[in-house]
Structure formats: C-alpha cells, structure tokens
Design a protein around this ligand. Structure first.
Ligand SMILES: *Cc1c(COP(=O)(O)O)cnc(C)c1O
Length: 376
C-alpha cells in the first residue's frame, strides 16, 4: 500500500526530501553543514531577520506570550490584530481588511466563503495550488482559462450564463515569475460585470513600490475587486490578508471556515508584520535593490543561453528538458555552494530550476551563481 506508492514516486523521480537549515533565512544558509548561497527564498527584501522587525516582535512576545489561545471570533485576537487590519486597508487603499493565518488558509477560506453555487469562477490555469483547492471547496461552477489568455477569458465571460462571474488570478505567478495582464483583465471584468479576485502573494512588497500589483498597474480598488496577499514572502513575516469592501470582509469573517475554526496568529507575528509594512513604507531602497539584482541575474542568465520562460519578476525559472536534467543541475549547483532547487510535477508541468533573487544578494553572490551555472 504505502510502500508501493512511495516506490512509484521514487521511480518517477518525484520523491522529495525536506532540506532543513541550521541557519536563519538569509542570503547564505547552512544545510547539512554546508554553506550555500540561497537562491530559493521568497524573503525578497531580505528583511526576515531585520533588527527593527525582530525587536518589535520580541517586545510584543514578552508582553503577550506565544500562543494566542483561541480563534479571532472567540478570544484569540488582541488590539494589534485590528491595528494590522487597519494598516493593511490603508496600505491597499481598501475600506476593510482581514488577517488570515496563511496564504493557503486565506485562499481555501475566502473563495468558498464568498462564491457559492450562484457563481461561475474563471481561473487562470497556472493559479497557485491554494486557489485551486479553494475553488474545489466552493460550490461554484469552475472554468479554467488558458494562462493569461485574454481572448479565451473574454469568450468565457461572454457565454450566456445566469451566474455571477468572478475572475481569479495570481498577480505574479509563483513558479513562472510572469505578471498577469491586470489592466486587460480589469477592463473585461468591468465590461462584463464580473468580480475580480487577485492573489498578490508575490506582488506585495515587490510591485508598485511595495504596495502590490494594483498599484503597479494604477488600478484603483473598487467594491468588485477582492485582494489577498501574504506577510510571508517579501514582508518577511508570516500570515496573510484579505483586502476589500466592508461587506466582503464582514461576510468572510462570518463564513470562511479557515478563519472561524483556526487559532489566531500570535501577537508577536502580528507585531512583526506591522513593523515590516512600516519599514517598507519608510524606505523603498530594498525594493530598488531587489529590482536591480533581478535585472543583473536575468540578463546574465539569458546571456548564458538559458530559457527564462516569461519571467518578469525576481522569480526566474530556468527551463529544463526533463526532471532528471533539473535534478542533476540542482545537485551540481549544491556541490558548488549554490542552493537553487529543482521544481517538478505536480508543482509545475514543465520541470525547471527556480531561482529567486533577493535584495540581500551581493554582486559576488550573483557572480558565483553565474560561474557555477557556466561550469555546471
Ligand atoms: C505562497 C503562496 C500562497 C500561500 O501563502 P502561504 O502564506 O505560504 O500559505 C498563496 N498564493 C500564492 C500565489 C503563493 O505563492
């Protein structure tokens, strides 16, 4: 039973191993006593150990302790939770916001909470697994449109259907690093009176001077746009948020099961997220550094002849011909002190190395990556 299934995964080269670090998440990490330059982190701004964030978290940790003890609807929240929600609403320019325990629990909670059998969901084929699972949990009808294919999306929006339509898309696609054409999608949603749900996990802190994808595209939030994003990536903290109208937040907090039936995030994590937003609002130099580093890496990799697929962001995939090639290259890099993991099905259809660039990388780190890839 289980052993056979494990063997099957192994024979397909799909058996993964957890590689834990004995160091903080940083530009250099230690795995199996080996020092590696880290090109696998979503801590894009390199702030997860920032002294301002850490000291704020410690201060609150000492006051409020670790466990929050209950869900938000019981007695799990403290005033900081509400302060963070107000801060997010202001940051995202929406009337209201709600904290979730993770991006995964946000998407699997919000989507089924808001979209029931009266809805038709139109979902990009490369949307994150948490969106796919959220859709599966909802009673809505689901149609998948081809990746970023505006014509296909338009055709689906045009089809006669009594149902209320909703378009769901990642803002930045987490494995391909390309950006959804949000201006076109926004215009279509407006024209066909559809809702728009965007997952800004990799846009928050990265696009639009940190404010995210809508800001990047100069799209003003409206009552029919629902945004989620995470504190766990560029903001270097943990957890997620919903940002939208007052009604959307009110309905979600009363119906999203992952919100209602799960213990609230600890106050010290909330304090860290608050500090992270303050930090990037005050000083956008790390965002500028991130993009400068991204350009350096992307141009050097294309010069080497790699297929970066359609990457436009600090997420840079290197397309490989098969799983074997991806694993072999990743292993070779590991031996040369570079951490860049192979990504394989079911995470992606096309095997690849996924390189993430951060603001913390030095020119020397980037040179070492390029040299290692040259010789590997
Ligand atoms: C990482 C990610 C999530 C999940 O967020 P977590 O806070 O890690 O659970 C959701 N959506 C996208 C697009 C992501 O990349």
């Amino acid at each position: 039973m289980f052993p056979e299934k494990i063997k099957l995964l192994e024979s397909q080269k799909l058996l993964r191993k957890i590689k834990d670090k004995s160091s903080p998440q940083s530009r250099v990490i230690i795995i199996d006593n080996r020092e590696l330059i880290n090109f696998a982190s979503n801590d894009y701004l390199g702030i997860s150990s920032h002294p301002f964030i850490v000291s704020n978290a410690i201060k609150i940790l000492e006051i409020f302790g670790i466990g929050s003890g209950a869900s938000r609807l019981l007695a799990g929240g403290v005033v900081l939770h509400n302060e963070l929600e107000k801060k997010i609403a202001k940051f995202k320019n929406t009337p209201s916001a709600l904290i979730f325990n993770s991006g995964y629990s946000a998407n699997t909670g919000i989507i089924p909470a808001l979209f029931d059998k009266d809805f038709l969901i139109l979902s990009d084929e490369l949307n994150h697994a948490s969106i796919i699972d959220g859709c599966r949990l909802s009673k809505a009808e689901i149609k998948i449109y081809k990746h970023k294919d505006i014509e296909h999306l338009k055709k689906l929006l045009k089809t006669e259907n009594k149902k209320q339509k909703i378009v769901i898309t990642d803002s930045v696609f987490s494995m391909d690093g390309d950006i959804a054409p949000l201006s076109e999608i926004y215009n279509l949603c407006k024209k066909y009176s559809a809702f728009l749900y965007i997952d800004d996990a990799h846009g928050t802190g990265v696009l639009g001077n940190g404010k995210g994808a809508l800001s990047h595209f100069n799209i003003r939030p409206t009552s029919w746009i629902i945004q989620m994003g995470t504190f766990s990536k560029a903001l270097g903290s943990y957890g997620a948020f919903l940002a939208g109208s007052k009604d959307v937040v009110k309905l979600t907090l009363n119906t999203a099961r992952s919100f209602m039936f799960s213990t609230a995030l600890p106050a010290c994590i909330i304090a860290a997220s608050l500090a992270a937003i303050e930090l990037i609002e005050k000083d956008t130099s790390s965002i500028k550094k991130l993009w400068a580093n991204r350009e350096k890496v992307a141009s050097a990799l294309s010069d080497l002849g790699f297929d970066l697929m359609k990457s436009e962001t600090p997420i840079i995939p290197l397309k490989m011909k098969d799983i074997d090639a991806a694993i072999r290259l990743s292993d070779k890099l590991f031996k040369k002190g570079i951490y860049a993991p192979a990504i394989r099905p079911p995470t992606v259809k096309k095997p690849r190395l996924r390189i993430t660039v951060t603001a913390a990388h030095t020119d020397e780190d980037i040179e070492r990556l390029i040299d290692a890839l040259k010789t590997a």
